[in-house]
Design a protein around this ligand. Structure first.
Ligand code: BGC
Length: 822
């Protein structure tokens, strides 16, 4: 490690850990910057070359590093919005340009920064949404290139965002976190002598309403280009008519200020319309061919004062934009032309979920190519997982799931990106976490969100049903499956990333949740009372009553108590807390006894057996003997066959039903469910042209009408959780030891699927599995990176091999396999 003064320190770490190795030097303090290189010495004494240096820089780690105040545009805001955004500017002179400059920012509201007329950073909707009463996230920008000798100006545009805008469903709440928005901006310059100077911006702030005349996340944005002056963030701009905002002492902000631990939201890509329709009412309808979360951008000319409006929708119904599913999220943007030549605009402080858009008032008769683009926005995570299969509809299911993940990882994991909701529903990410962590480097987003889960957890361990919590009328009491995100998400992160640190960070939250649920249990261990969403959206539930499932909601609750208590016990062991490990193992055992007493008959059948109940008992290992589990698997296979292989499960059973069938030897039944196209099934929406995963199996009915329920989204990742089965079982790659240190390769060929492959970029490197079969041969190729070992289990019980790093090929002549097992 080399610091800025050129001082080098080295440390030697014994052991064979390759990733997440503890920092061997003293902790860095605020603003420290070092270059780190590593090299490896093998047991035979051979030593590698030093790696290229990696630059690491810390931000402001202590609260008292922050000396800037909270700058609050002073005017009284109307009681409800959408309200306009504000401009804030401050300027300063420098004799000499600095060696380096950093801008540290956080806000109550959402902001965009400029220095000397140029945009700072490329993040969107910063600082994002956290549990603002507890925690504000800060960004650090390298602004060295922006700062010049002489006059400089710094400007922010600041809008309500989640802090003060309307959030939540059933009417939502305005001003939930506060009635004033504000920005904290600390600009630090490093001089030629190495000294750090904090620029005094706070005495110079001026504010003015911006050209963004109204903006809100659900409603959309209005912008009047006639009000915009390009010079607003430049030195010397005449701000004499602007007002002086109030600058409050930062001590008035009770929340912690933490630097972000995830990548920011960014503009990821632009889509062009795949179809353009000129409608009789004068509107132009665009189909972007893909349901996204993002916004429209346009470039064109128009007369001063002319108004252009954008309307958004996910689907069409009766050849109209279907806006009913958006509920109160009107999702309309408008732009007033300045009349000065070619104008380019996209909204800044709003975001929509849409595939279709209509332009009302397009100034020309036709649309030039590229004149309107759809800009995809989400957290800029690295892609880490891929899957390919020779079955086009199954491939589309996977692709749609990837899109639903992208569309719902906009700073935090949400249920949906389009209607007046977009909340961090705990149950949705609880079931989707394995898929999310395989597909993308989503550990940062989940780490950040779990901090909010801990912060918002009740003193009694209760976990809100969505986080951040907004009291908009939904029951406050916790529900199993949803609250179990507190244990399952960190545990999944441990399995997928091997990060013990996340377990240590979440441990109090994990055990708090288990203790909470355990306190709800009867003396015999079963939970029979309290709020429980149960097997939400069971296909038999009527549209207006999505909780009316065929599975007993307390069977589900008790099964989850067993699961979470086991996770807590294992976590306690990993964290060297043997007393807690024993305690939580006992809670699990007691709940299991209660489960068996209440729901397993002496005949070993489940009471009121339903596919979800059977799948839970199989996958959560709730039976006493293997033969009971085997029998339950056969019963489940029978039930799905009797049902004609359509989906018989809700939120709880759907992610695990294929596993329950496959692990009890009913691979064909799992494939029959997976490849079904009649509704309800995973592939039915594909036959209806879906490009994302729907909330309901029949969000769109076979006749093209939209489900009459008032909860009908076309972009919910939860039912896409089955892609985890595609990765682990169809292609056949699963972690066996945390972080993919050891993996299990066990492909399951079946039905009409004749080839599948998957790749996961683990911290150790890419791991690849690919197989293909025809009438004569089955071929499997496995790539294992250095440091990883694999247990390869060939299909049709053709043997198990253990392999280390390298490329490995396996071949099975099909004739050698007895027909009965094929
Ligand atoms: C959300 C779901 C959520 C459910 C639970 C819905 O409104 O969109 O995804 O988990 O409510 O009640």
């Amino acid at each position: 490690m080399t610091d800025r003064a050129g001082r080098t320190q080295t440390a030697r770490i014994d052991g064979n850990d390759q990733v997440l190795v503890g920092w061997p030097f003293s902790p860095l303090s605020s603003r420290e910057s070092v270059d780190v290189s590593a090299r490896v010495t093998l047991s035979d004494g051979t030593t590698s070359a030093w790696s290229d240096p990696l630059r690491i820089e810390t931000g402001l780690l202590r609260r008292d590093d922050w000396t800037a105040g909270l700058v609050v545009p002073s005017a009284e805001a109307p009681r409800t919005g959408p309200r306009g955004a504000w401009l804030l500017r401050s300027q300063f002179d420098l004799e000499r340009a600095p060696v380096s400059a950093r801008l540290y920012v956080t806000a109550q509201g959402i902001y965009r920064a400029e220095i000397n007329g140029g945009r700072v950073g490329d993040d969107e909707l910063a600082p994002g949404w956290t549990s603002y009463d507890h925690r504000l996230r800060a960004q650090a920008y390298d602004v060295t290139e922006h700062i010049v000798a002489g006059g400089n100006a710094l400007g922010f545009e600041l809008a309500d965002g989640w802090f003060r805008g309307n959030i939540g469903f059933d009417g939502g709440l305005w001003d939930f976190y506060g009635s004033q928005i504000g920005i904290v901006a600390q600009l630090e310059l490093v001089g030629h002598d190495g000294s750090v100077r904090v620029v005094d911006l706070d005495r110079g702030w001026k504010s003015s309403p911006s050209a963004t005349t109204a903006t809100a996340l659900y409603e959309g944005e209005n912008y009047d280009a006639r009000l915009f002056d390009r010079q607003w963030s430049s030195w010397g701009f005449d701000d004499s008519l602007w007002t002086r905002p109030e600058v409050r002492d930062l001590a008035t902000v009770a929340a912690r200020i933490e630097h972000a631990v995830a990548e920011p939201v960014r503009q990821i890509e632009e889509l062009h319309p795949t179809a353009v329709d000129y409608l009789p009412n004068g509107r132009i309808r665009l189909d972007f061919g893909q349901n996204i979360s993002g916004r429209l951008a346009f470039t064109t000319t128009g007369p001063a004062g002319h108004i252009l409006r954008f309307h958004h929708a996910e689907v069409l119904e009766d050849n109209e934009l279907a806006v009913r599913p958006l509920r109160r999220a009107t999702s309309v943007d408008s732009y007033v032309f300045s009349g000065h030549g070619e104008e380019t605009w996209q909204p800044v402080f709003t975001i929509h979920g849409f595939r279709y858009a209509e332009l009302e008032g397009w100034p020309q008769d036709s649309l030039a190519p590229d004149a309107v683009r759809a800009v995809v926005l989400h957290t800029d995570m690295d892609r880490t997982g891929w899957f390919a299969v020779d079955h086009p509809q199954l491939q589309q299911l996977h692709d749609n799931t990837v899109w639903s993940m992208r569309d719902n990882f906009v700073d935090l994991p949400t249920d949906c990106p389009q209607r007046d909701e977009r909340m961090g529903w705990t149950g949705d990410i609880q079931v989707f976490a394995p898929a999310a962590l395989f597909l993308y480097g989503s550990g940062g987003v989940l780490d950040s969100w779990l901090r909010d889960v801990s912060d918002e957890q009740g003193a009694d361990g209760s976990v809100p049903n969505f986080v951040p919590w907004v009291p908009c009328g939904f029951p406050e009491a916790s529900s199993a499956v949803w609250g179990d995100a507190a244990t399952v998400v960190p545990w999944t992160m441990w399995e997928q990333l091997g990060d013990r640190g996340i377990l240590a960070q979440q441990y109090p939250s994990m055990t708090g949740w288990v203790d909470h649920l355990a306190r709800r249990a009867d003396p015999d261990g079963a939970v029979r009372t309290g709020f429980a969403l149960g097997d939400w959206l069971d296909p038999v539930a009527p549209p207006e009553d999505p909780g009316a499932a065929r599975t007993d909601r307390y069977l589900v609750t008790t099964a989850y108590l067993v699961r979470s208590a086991r996770i807590a016990a294992e976590t306690a062991e990993i964290l060297d807390d043997p007393v807690a490990a024993v305690k939580h193992a006992a809670i699990a055992q007691h709940a299991l006894a209660g489960f068996r007493k209440e729901w397993v008959l002496p005949s070993r059948e489940l009471v009121g057996e339903s596919p979800t109940a059977l799948a839970l008992a199989i996958c959560f290992d709730l039976f006493e003997l293997d033969e009971h589990r085997t029998r339950a698997g056969s019963r489940l296979a029978e039930m799905v066959a009797e049902g004609g292989y359509v989906i018989p499960t809700g939120f709880v059973g759907t992610p695990i039903i294929c596993d329950a069938l496959a692990t009890t030897g009913h691979i064909d039944a799992a494939y029959s469910l997976l490849l079904q196209t009649e509704c309800p099934s995973w592939l039915y929406p594909i036959t209806m042209g879906a490009t994302t995963i729907w909330e309901r199996w029949d969000s769109m009915l076979p006749d093209g009408q939209i489900n009459p329920g008032d909860m009908t989204s076309f972009n919910h990742y939860a039912l896409g959780a089955v892609v985890d089965f595609l990765h682990r079982s169809v292609a056949g790659l699963a972690p066996l030891e945390p972080g993919y240190r050891r993996v299990r390769v066990a492909p399951l060929p079946g039905a009409s699927v004749n080839a599948a492959s998957t790749r996961h970029d683990s911290a150790y490197g890419p791991i690849e599995v690919s197989w293909r079969r025809d009438d004569d041969n089955f071929d499997l190729v496995v790539h294992v990176p250095f440091g990883v070992t694999a247990e390869v289990e060939l299909p049709w019980s053709q043997g198990v091999s253990h392999v280390a790093a390298g490329r490995h090929e396996f071949h099975i002549p099909i004739q050698s396999i007895s027909h009965s097992v094929l």
